[in-house]
Ligand binder design. Structure first.
Ligand SMILES: [Zn+2]
Length: 109
């Protein structure tokens, strides 16, 4: 995530921001927030806190790119980290970087 603010910083600020806009007070109507707005802000706060706590991780999407072939073997490289292995094309995740191999490659896009 290209952001100078860390998830921990955001998680620490969210309760202050929520208090400021009056989520926990009876000032909700002052900002003309609907119940759905409040629900959305609380949900966003939970997500930021979960990310800061390490309960959510950023998923990297990648695909296998063929780099070499033999009679019955195919050497593929991870499009994210570039590391390669023979017959890795059946692995759902890169064993080196953990990228999820659910991205379409150039051949079947
Ligand atoms: Zn990888």
């Amino acid at each position: 995530m290209a952001n100078e603010m860390s998830a921990k910083d955001a998680a620490e600020r969210m309760p202050q921001i929520m208090a400021w806009i009056g989520i926990n007070a009876n000032k909700r109507h002052r900002l003309d927030l609907s119940e759905k707005d409040v629900e959305t802000l609380n949900f966003a706060t939970e997500i930021v806190q979960a990310y800061a706590d390490g309960r959510l991780v950023e998923v990297v999407h990648a695909h296998w790119a063929v780099v070499n072939t033999r009679k019955v073997c195919i050497k593929v490289a991870c499009s994210w980290c570039g590391k390669a292995g023979w017959n890795f094309q059946h692995l759902p995740r890169c064993p080196y970087c953990g990228a999820l191999m659910d991205e379409r490659n150039d051949n079947n896009a």
